[in-house]
Design a protein around this ligand. Structure first.
Ligand code: PLP
Length: 231
């Protein structure tokens, strides 16, 4: 299958899931996760109409951003961020989904160049409660959200989650609903001005994520194929 055909299939899955959930198809955006795939594959997806791309590995993402400067693409950083990589993120990406502590948020704001639009930020939240997982703990989310709202070069847009894989649609929905509840809690208590993005759902669980209220699914495998290496 070509990338264009795969994109079409994923869009159909999204539309079907929206229909089943009684949601408008425009309510869910597709982020194409191009990690480990070459710039030519991103170009092919762009030809097929895709504009937003997600990268996990920061240097790899920056290399693709540089190679594809001629295209009007939107780049999302969705991978873990060490302090020594914040400058690369601040100077190249449009969005970041994986902010889970204040220190990283502060550095991103300080290092965001003046000439660029504010960096669009989702906070990664650890809804499973696993001690070793990245993501802010739910009981620390409101504090972090409030702190990020005060940073001048960042615009807080929502939450991102990567729940551990579970078997069965209902269990997947239940897990995603924890993130939805937190998303609504931040809205109700803090009213961030542009709070509109709940980034959850991947190739294996996008239907469940949409049923639970996702507004952005991050899909790699179903668009670009299986990944043959990871970092
Ligand atoms: C790799 C990755 C994805 C895409 O996963 P697929 O299962 O290939 O769709 C989405 N989100 C994050 C954070 C990832 O690392």
């Amino acid at each position: 299958m070509s990338i264009a055909q795969n994109l079409q299939t994923v869009q159909e899955r999204i539309h079907k899931a929206c229909e089943l959930a009684g949601r408008a198809p425009e309510a869910v955006r597709l982020l194409a996760v191009s990690k480990t795939f070459p710039a030519e594959d991103v170009r092919a997806a762009h030809v097929a109409g895709q504009l937003a791309f997600g990268e996990n590995y920061i240097q790899e993402g920056v290399d693709k951003i540089e190679a594809l400067r001629d295209l009007p693409l939107q780049w999302h950083c969705i991978g873990p961020i060490q302090s020594n990589k914040t400058r690369l993120v601040a100077e190249h990406f449009d969005w970041v989904h994986s902010v889970d502590r204040l220190k990283i948020a502060q550095r991103l704001s300080d290092q965001r160049p003046d000439g660029m639009a504010p960096l669009q930020v989702c906070l990664q939240v650890n809804t499973d409660g696993g001690e070793t997982k990245s993501g802010v703990r739910p009981d620390e989310l409101l504090t972090l959200a409030l702190e990020v709202m005060a940073l001048p070069r960042l615009e807080l847009r929502g939450l991102m989650t990567i729940p551990d894989p579970v078997e069965g649609f209902e269990s997947q929905v239940a897990l995603h609903q924890r993130a939805t509840a937190l998303f609504e809690q931040v809205r109700a208590e803090l009213h961030p001005p542009k709070w509109d993005t709940l980034s959850m759902g991947m190739t294996a669980d996008l239907e469940a994520a949409i049923a639970a209220g996702s507004t952005m699914v991050r899909v790699g495998t179903a668009i670009f194929g299986g990944r043959t290496y990871s970092h």
